[in-house]
Ligand binder design. Structure first.
Ligand code: FES
Length: 217
């Protein structure tokens, strides 16, 4: 089950995991997207299918403020319009050549993507500091059972035994896995960050055991 993350917003990645000039695959309910950050630092989300011959744009590369396909090098601006076709250097690509794009917001160290026109901004995560992300084969129900707590409307699960230190921001992926962003309460010191990470690893293992039991039942 996908938590209702304040409308259509999905927390796809932590800001720290997407340096300037890079692209990575990310997951929203509609499928996989190419999540990228221009060299000037602006994040963008583009459908993961090149309009030319369908190559995954998440395999491409960022040059300046555009994303280029790895196959024949067609380049797309952050608005999705094609701006360069290397095989035809004198051609201005027609407006009709366009990759689908999604609305992106970055707040509190988290990158959020909306699948449709969002009615509001993504949830504020006041007092929480991003630590790292992890994926799990467990679904939301198993994660909630392992944590002893229900997800909030924003997709936040506060593990009952570590409520003072740790918070999980969960997001169901289209491939059946669940993405978990670990957030610490306040600015944790290095020792506290390591401890929070270990707690989260244990929770993940417990959730996966519960998930397997549910499947086997
Ligand atoms: S498939 Fe992307 S440029 Fe050809």
């Amino acid at each position: 089950m996908q938590p209702d993350t304040a409308g259509s917003w999905t927390p796809v990645a932590l800001s720290a995991d997407l340096p300037a000039g890079t692209v990575m695959p990310a997951h929203i309910p509609a499928g996989t997207i190419a999540l990228w950050r221009s060299e000037s630092g602006r994040p963008a989300a583009t459908a993961n299918r090149c309009p030319h011959r369908g190559m995954s744009l998440s395999h491409g590369f960022v040059r300046g403020e555009s994303l280029s396909c790895i196959y024949h090098g067609w380049s797309y601006a952050q608005a999705g319009n094609c701006i360069r076709i290397p095989a035809h250097p004198g051609l201005e690509p027609p407006e009709t050549i366009r990759a689908k794009t999604f609305t992106v917001e970055e707040a509190g160290g988290v990158i959020w993507v909306a699948t449709d026109e969002p009615a509001s901004k993504p949830p504020l995560l006041d007092g929480l500091t991003p630590l790292r992300s992890m994926t799990t084969d467990a679904g939301l129900a198993a994660i909630e059972a392992a944590a002893g707590a229900k997800a909030s409307a924003e997709g936040l699960v506060v593990p009952v035994e570590n409520a003072d230190t740790l918070c999980l921001l969960v997001s169901a992926r289209d491939d059946g896995q669940t993405l978990i962003h670990l957030l610490t309460k306040g600015e944790a010191n290095p020792a506290a960050r390591i401890a929070a990470s270990h707690v989260a690893e244990n929770l993940r293992r417990a959730a996966e055991v519960l998930q397997k039991k549910e499947i086997a039942a």
